[in-house]
Design a protein around this ligand. Structure first.
Ligand SMILES: Cc1ncc(COP(=O)(O)O)c(C=O)c1O
Length: 512
C-alpha cells in the first residue's frame, strides 16, 4: 500500500508562520485563534469551537462549563491516560473508574450503571487510539441518568461512527493538538459544542474570565490562562485545512503496517467496529503472545514506539494515586496488556513503517520461540539478545499489581475469591512451599513473601500507614431512588504486619 502525498508541509507552514511573526508582539493575541475557531466549527459541523492551550485545559474548561465541582462523581474509563482525570482533581470532583469491554473497547455500561451514585454528574467517554464507542449507547445511558457528556476526543479527530463525528456527540468534545495528534500544532487543544453557554464559559475560563459570559462582569470569577498562542493557532489552521489528507495519510500508514504483519503468528489487527470510520490513529494489534507487555517493551527498545512499551500506559485506576480502589477494572487491564498500539506520526515514511513491520515480525517470531525454549537451553544463556520472558504468567502467592509487578498490600476481593488470601494476615504471609529459602539467606533462590512485604512497607513514609479509600458507590435501594453518600472506609497498610516482616528480615528465616 503506497502512502498518499500530503501537500503543505514544513515549507508552507514556515511561510505562514513568518507572516504572523512579523505582526508580533501583539498584546491582543491577534486574529489567528478566532479564525481557527471559525474554521474548526465549520469543518466539524458544530455551532461553536473554542481554542485553548492544550487538551488537558480543554477538558478542564468543558467540565467546569458543565458545572462539575467539589463533591461530584464523574464516570471515566480506566482505559485512558492520566490527562483525562487530572482536570477532575483540579475541580475537586471524584473520578469513578469504569471498565471497558475487551471485545469492543467500548465502555462497559453494566459496570458504569453499577458505579452510579447520587453524586454522579457526568461521564467522560475517551476515544483512545481514535477508536469510538457506540454513540447511541452513550447517549441513551447519559440521558437515562441525567449526565453531562464530555468526550475526550484528544486522539480522535477524523473518526466517526454511524455518521456522527467523534467529539460532536456529547455536551462538549475535547481535542488535543499536541505533536503526534493527527491535527497537530505542537501544543494546543480545542473544544466543540452545540451550546452557546458552554462555549462562552470555556472562552471566559481560558482567559481569567475575560471576556466574561453575557451578564457577568470581567474577572468576577477565578479561572486560568489557557489561551492558544498565535503561532500555534497558525500551525493549527494550516493543518486543519489539510485535515482530510492528514487523516487519509494516517489511515494509510496504519493500513500499510497492519497489512505487512498479517501473516505473523500471534498478531492480529484490531478491526474497527461496525459503522466506525476510524482515523487510524495508531496501528492496533491484538497480541496473542506470552508476556505481551514484555514484548511491547522489547519493541520499544528496538525502536518501535508503542503505548504500553514506550509510555507504560496502564489502566488509570492502577495509577499510584488510585490503587486503593477495591474493584480493579480488569477489562481495561486486559485490553492494555494485550494491545500493541504502534504510535504513528505524519513524518513516518514507507521506509519507517516497513522497518517497524520487519522489527515486529522478527521479534514476535523470536519471542514465541524463546518462550517455548526450556530455560536450560544454550539459547537461554546470559548474553543472548532477547530477555527471557516467562513461559507462563509467573506464579504468585502474593497478589501483585498487574502492571508494576509490585506486591499489593491490600487484599483485593477478586484475589480473595481466587484463594490468594485466607485472612488479612495472609496478605503478607501467604502459604509458601515447605522448606523454600528466603533470598536474603545465602544460596536462596528468591525473596520470600515476608521480605517482599517488609520491603514494600519500607517505601511508605512514617505516618503514611493508613490510606483513605475512595468512596464506595452508593447502592440503589430496590425502589429505584439512589442511596445517599456512603461513609469513607479506611484500610490499614500493613501496620500490624510490620514487626513480623522486620523480624523475618533480621532472622533470615526459612519459610514454613
Ligand atoms: C486521550 C487523551 N486525553 C487527553 C490528553 C491531553 O492532551 P494535552 O497533552 O494536549 O494536554 C491526551 C494527550 O495526549 C490524550 O491522548
Amino acid at each position: 500500500m503506497t502512502l498518499p502525498q500530503v501537500a503543505g508541509g514544513a515549507q508552507l507552514l514556515a511561510e505562514q508562520l513568518a507572516a504572523v511573526l512579523s505582526q508580533m508582539p501583539d498584546p491582543s493575541g491577534g486574529p489567528a485563534a478566532g479564525q481557527l475557531e471559525r474554521e474548526l466549527a465549520e469543518a466539524f459541523g458544530v455551532p461553536h469551537a473554542v481554542a485553548l492551550s492544550s487538551g488537558t485545559a480543554t477538558l478542564h474548561a468543558a467540565l467546569s462549563a458543565c458545572g462539575i465541582g467539589p463533591g461530584d462523581d464523574v464516570l471515566v474509563p480506566a482505559l485512558t491516560v492520566i490527562m483525562t482525570v487530572a482536570p477532575l482533581a483540579a475541580l475537586g470532583a471524584t473520578p469513578v473508574f469504569v471498565d471497558s469491554d475487551p471485545a469492543t473497547l467500548d465502555l462497559d455500561y453494566d459496570d458504569a450503571a453499577r458505579k452510579l451514585t447520587a453524586r454522579t454528574r457526568a461521564i467522560i467517554p475517551v476515544h483512545l487510539w481514535g477508536r469510538m464507542g457506540d454513540p447511541a449507547a452513550l447517549a441513551a445511558f447519559a440521558s437515562e441518568h441525567g449526565l453531562a457528556v464530555v468526550e475526550d476526543a484528544a486522539q480522535a479527530s477524523g473518526t466517526a461512527r454511524h455518521g456522527q463525528r467523534a467529539g460532536t456527540v456529547g455536551t462538549a468534545g475535547c481535542f488535543s493538538m499536541k505533536d503526534g495528534k493527527i491535527l497537530w500544532s505542537g501544543e494546543g487543544g480545542f473544544l466543540l459544542t452545540a451550546r452557546r453557554d458552554v462555549a462562552e464559559h470555556a472562552a471566559a475560563f481560558r482567559s481569567h474570565w475575560q471576556p466574561a459570559p453575557p451578564g457577568q462582569a470581567a474577572h468576577s470569577r477565578l479561572a486560568t490562562n489557557a489561551r492558544l498562542a498565535a503561532p500555534l493557532a497558525v500551525i493549527a489552521l494550516a493543518n486543519l485545512r489539510r485535515l482530510p489528507d492528514l487523516v487519509n495519510l494516517r489511515r494509510a500508514q496504519a493500513g500499510r503496517l497492519l497489512h505487512a504483519l498479517e501473516q505473523v503468528p500471534g498478531l492480529a489487527a484490531v478491526a474497527p467496529a461496525m459503522g466506525e470510520e476510524w482515523n487510524g490513529f495508531a496501528a492496533l494489534l491484538h497480541l496473542d503472545l506470552p508476556s505481551p507487555r514484555g514484548f511491547a517493551e522489547r519493541l520499544a527498545q528496538q525502536g518501535v514506539p508503542n503505548s504500553t512499551g514506550s509510555f507504560r500506559l496502564v489502566p488509570c485506576d492502577r495509577r499510584p494515586m488510585f490503587t486503593l480502589s477495591d474493584r480493579p477494572c480488569r477489562g481495561a487491564a486486559e485490553i492494555l496488556d494485550r494491545t500493541l498500539a504502534v504510535i504513528l506520526t505524519e513524518r513516518d515514511t514507507e521506509a519507517t513503517l516497513d522497518r517497524y513491520a520487519a522489527v515486529i515480525a522478527r521479534e514476535a517470531t523470536a519471542w514465541t520461540a524463546r518462550c517455548r525454549t526450556p530455560r536450560t537451553s544454550p539459547a537461554n544463556t546470559p548474553g543472548t539478545p532477547l530477555p527471557a520472558p516467562p513461559a507462563s504468567p509467573p506464579e504468585r502467592t502474593l497478589p501483585h499489581d498487574d502492571h508494576t509487578g509490585t506486591p499489593l498490600l491490600h487484599p483485593r476481593p477478586a484475589d480473595r475469591d481466587r484463594g490468594h488470601h485466607r485472612s488479612r494476615q495472609d496478605v503478607s504471609h501467604p502459604p509458601r512451599p515447605r522448606g523454600a529459602r528466603c533470598a536474603r539467606r545465602p544460596g536462596a533462590r528468591r525473596d520470600c513473601a515476608r521480605c517482599q512485604a517488609a520491603a514494600a512497607r519500607r517505601v511508605l513514609p512514617a505516618g503514611r500507614r493508613t490510606a483513605r479509600l475512595r468512596r464506595s458507590p452508593a447502592r440503589r435501594p430496590a425502589g429505584g431512588q439512589r442511596g445517599g453518600p456512603v461513609p469513607a472506609r479506611r484500610h490499614t497498610v500493613g501496620r500490624d504486619l510490620a514487626p513480623a516482616g522486620h523480624q523475618a528480615l533480621r532472622s533470615g528465616h526459612r519459610c514454613r
